[in-house]
Design a binder for this molecule. Structure first.
Ligand code: PLP
Length: 306
């Protein structure tokens, strides 16, 4: 956990393709549509989690922490990336996992375990109050001092990292779309965006109007070039229907871009739906941010749902 080693690793952001999508829906309307392939940032610290972890890992190392602790569900892309980062840079990692232990471990947690992550399973009731003094004290008694990274990795340092995302878009754009869970990525993209463009978050949770305040709290408030679409959640986190499944499968086979129905699938569905409804003015350039993270899909395949 040498801060210089971590800074070195993150000093060069892997350059990822801005892939043009050739589809009649867009060409008919004279719209240019690209997907920023940040699913290709790193094999394990992939997508937005690369940017969310960057300054947190540097901070933890500079402050001398040896252990990182965070929270997530059993298929969490964040837990997976954190475990991998811990192994790479020599931190102990603790994953507080929502719900009971299920053996054998699913592929996400199996990978995390192989990276050396220790798990602490938390009942759903306890998980809801995971940041309370009571729970944090219990975790300290179990694991000693740790650097705490919130669920989904979202804090100010994560937002700071995500500001670098749009600064790497090599073309002029009118719209950036991203999938929003906690809103940390959206806030960072807003902060780093070109003010003449519009940044659109697609909420993947039901009743996610809390995101509006959370994004404002993440210092994105000075800019007004953003909004959040609250109606493309398909019933809630990790929920989807036949229409979304069909969409995801068709998009993947046409574009050769792997996506999943939990985050990126919903965001892309929203873009296609809006294009069909003629929401975008002629001549617009749209960039969809591929935030990586195919852990959810692995889980669906493992459970024969996909
Ligand atoms: C974690 C994650 C998100 C959500 O990011 P937030 O910053 O929590 O909004 C979006 N897409 C993928 C693929 C993720 O893994």
């Amino acid at each position: 956990m040498n801060p210089e080693e971590i800074k070195n690793y993150f000093s060069v952001t892997p350059s990822t393709p801005l892939q043009f999508i050739d589809d009649q829906i867009f060409s008919e309307r004279k719209i240019r549509f690209f997907v920023k392939r940040d699913d290709l940032t790193d094999e394990h610290i992939s997508g937005n989690k690369f940017f969310k972890l960057k300054y947190n890992l540097i901070e933890a190392a500079e402050k001398g922490y040896k252990t990182l602790l965070s929270f997530g569900g059993a298929y969490s892309n964040h837990i997976y990336a954190l475990a991998s980062a811990g192994k790479r840079f020599g931190f102990n990692t603790i994953g507080v996992i929502r719900g009971e232990e299920h053996l054998p471990l699913n592929p996400t947690l199996e990978f995390a375990k192989e990276c050396g992550m220790n798990f602490y399973y938390s009942s759903r009731t306890d998980y809801r109050k995971k940041y309370s003094d009571e729970i944090l004290e219990r975790l300290k008694q179990n694991f000693g001092e740790f650097y705490l990274i919130p669920e989904g990795g979202s804090n100010y340092l994560a937002v700071k990292g995500c500001e670098e995302i749009p600064q790497r878009f090599e073309i002029k754009y009118d719209y950036i779309f991203c999938a929003s869970g906690t809103g940390g990525t959206l806030a960072g993209i807003i902060n780093g965006s070109n003010e003449n463009s519009k940044v659109v978050g697609v909420a993947v949770l039901k009743n996610a109007s809390f995101l509006i305040d959370d994004v404002k709290r993440f210092k994105a408030s000075e800019k007004s070039n953003w909004n959040i679409l609250l109606d493309y959640h398909f019933g809630g986190y990790s929920k989807f229907n036949r229409e979304l499944i069909e969409f995801v499968k068709t998009f993947t086979s046409k574009s050769n871009i792997p996506i999943e129905p939990i985050y990126t699938g919903k965001m892309l569905f929203a873009i296609y739906d809006l294009a069909r409804k003629n929401f975008f003015p002629e001549g617009s350039t749209i960039i969809a941010y591929h935030s990586g993270g195919l852990q959810g899909l692995k889980g669906l395949i493992q459970r024969n749902i996909w």
